[in-house]
Ligand binder design. Structure first.
Ligand code: ADP
Ligand code: MG
Ligand code: ZN
Length: 509
């Protein structure tokens, strides 16, 4: 009897993310020190945030407000009674010997974020959002004299963080990235976090396990720390999924542990065994009173929340007739959505505006590594150019050149203004019209002129004319191309096409 072949087991990844978001408050969470990034080490510190004995922390109301706004925006229940807890551990960047965090009573619980997976909306549960203080930073340096030194910079100690913990609802690295992107967009729309992953204002620890498809119980998980870009979220998870599957296929066991993502080598490495909650000896923070929040304050915040990305996307689709894809991309950044909407309000046709943003504007910004906030080109300039395409002054093809020229010129005009004057100088606006005049890019729509060119091309390409007559209709593109070449692309393509067909057909008779 033939032996039954063992069927390969398929595995399903299970992922839950713990995201730390640095809140955009002016001052730290329990003292008045500045939160500004990039200052000289230990210049933004005081007895409270360096953990001197006998000091008392006082909660920054703005941090509480930001956490609550995030909770409302992710459909969480907001606790009217919550409190801080001490999480005890020793590390040189934590002089107090404990971090003030929240534990059994976090400020927000049981929410969700919607992401789009294969065109369908999927909800990713939010377990909790809690507030906590950041630790300082250790800096390790070797000097030219051969010594190794470690320094501690406490500027970051006490900077307010939100930890946003997801349910293990994520099923692939791509979903994890979508979740992170949506969360980042929400935080940025709310203005509660700048979402700068390179500077560490948004960081992610990824918990991941795999299980045989169909199995209900979750597998043992590992936690990957130190992921600071969307690309690395995907790569680190991809790596870890493959590593875990391999361990299981080799009849091994996954060890519950904390691993570190090494972006240079593209691998995760074991860092330490997983610490359990009891290792931290959590207990209620005795130096801070419980947080009591009035429902009215929560309701007021909800009433004045800005329009968030999901709602904006729906509105862009229904009000402007944009495809979901366009709308989704445009609302990913509020400034981008605003740029689009300003152009439409100035009379730009929505789909045309969207096309120019997605293909040309973003490409040009991208080549300079610039964000839409740094874009000097104004919606009005694009709309002016669109009008010239509509009325036939330029062709869509020439417009590509005009747009790029307009973009570059606007930038250089701004670069030469004297920044030290600190006054907004009245500048002559760069318009599409001016560029067209300067470069002589106006479309040739004079039928007499075009006819001459068409005749010229026909008489110089008799071989092709014969072939066309013999039925090679697609050669029309060749003739159009020749006329365009003669005019450097400026001939009205519609007119060229019509005239060529007319002439070639006459010759056919
Ligand atoms: P800890 O605070 O010890 O890291 P939590 O219970 O708060 O543990 O869970 C942390 C994260 O791990 C959550 O985002 C959760 O969704 C995720 N998680 C829990 N169990 C699993 C699992 N088996 N596989 C993948 N992720 C998991
Ligand atoms: Mg954890
Ligand atoms: Zn301080």
């Amino acid at each position: 009897m033939a032996q039954k072949e063992a069927r390969p087991v398929r595995y399903e990844p299970v992922i839950g993310l713990e995201v730390h978001a640095q809140m955009l408050t002016e001052t730290k969470i329990f003292c008045g020190c500045s939160t500004k990034f990039g200052s000289e080490p230990n210049t933004q510190i005081c007895p409270v945030c360096i953990g001197m004995p006998g000091v008392l922390p006082v909660l920054n109301k703005k941090a509480l407000e930001f956490a609550i706004k995030t909770g409302i925006s992710t459909k969480c229940n907001i606790s009217t009674y919550s409190r801080f807890a001490r999480k005890n551990y020793f590390y040189p960047d934590l002089p107090k010997g404990y971090q003030i965090s929240q534990y059994e009573l976090p400020i927000c619980e049981h929410g969700y974020i919607e992401i789009v997976v294969d065109g369908n909306i999927k909800k990713i549960g939010i377990t909790r959002i809690h507030m906590e203080e950041d630790a300082g930073k250790n800096i390790h340096e070797s000097t030219s004299g051969g010594g190794n030194f470690s320094f501690v910079d406490l500027n970051r100690a006490g900077v307010p963080l939100m930890e946003i913990v997801s349910e293990p609802d994520i099923r692939s690295p791509v979903e994890a990235v979508e979740y992170m992107k949506k969360l980042r967009a929400i935080l940025r729309y709310l203005g509660v976090c700048d979402g700068n992953m390179e500077q560490g204002s948004l960081r992610c620890d990824a918990n991941i396990s795999v299980r045989p498809s169909g199995q209900k119980e979750y597998g043992t998980r590992t936690e990957v720390k130190n992921i600071n870009s969307f690309k690395f979220v995907e790569k680190a998870l991809d790596y870890e999924i493959r590593r875990q599957i391999k361990v299981l296929e080799d009849n091994g066991k996954i060890v519950q542990e904390t691993r570190l993502w090494d972006s240079n080598r593209g691998i995760t490495e074991s860092m330490r065994g997983k610490e359990e909650a009891h290792d931290y000896r959590y207990f209620p923070e005795p130096d801070l009173v419980p947080i009591m929040v009035e429902q009215k304050w929560i309701d007021d915040m909800e009433a004045f929340l800005p329009e968030l990305p999901d709602i904006k996307r729906e509105r862009f689709v229904s009000d402007y007739g944009l495809p979901e894809y366009d709308a989704d991309l445009l609302v990913s950044e509020k400034a981008l959505a605003d740029w689009f909407e300003d152009a439409v309000k100035l009379g730009g046709q929505p789909k045309a505006v969207s096309n120019w943003i997605m293909s040309d504007l973003l490409r040009l910004l991208n080549t300079e590594n610039k964000s839409i906030e740094e874009c000097t080109l104004k919606p009005k300039q694009l709309v002016g150019m669109l009008k010239l395409i509509e009325n036939g002054t330029i062709s869509g093809k020439i417009a590509k050149t005009v747009f790029e020229e307009m973009y570059k010129k606007t930038k250089t005009t701004l670069d030469v203004t004297l920044p030290m004057l600190k006054v907004k100088m009245e500048m002559k606006e760069v318009t599409a019209e001016a560029i067209i005049k300067e470069k002589g890019l106006i479309q040739i729509s004079d039928s007499g002129k075009i006819e001459k060119l068409v005749d010229d091309v026909i008489s110089k390409n008799q071989k092709e004319v014969e072939r066309f007559k013999a039925g090679e209709e697609k050669l029309i593109a060749f003739f159009v191309g020749q006329v365009m070449k003669l005019t450097k692309g400026k001939a009205n393509p519609k007119m060229v096409n019509e005239l060529l067909r007319k002439k070639l057909t006459w010759k056919n008779l």
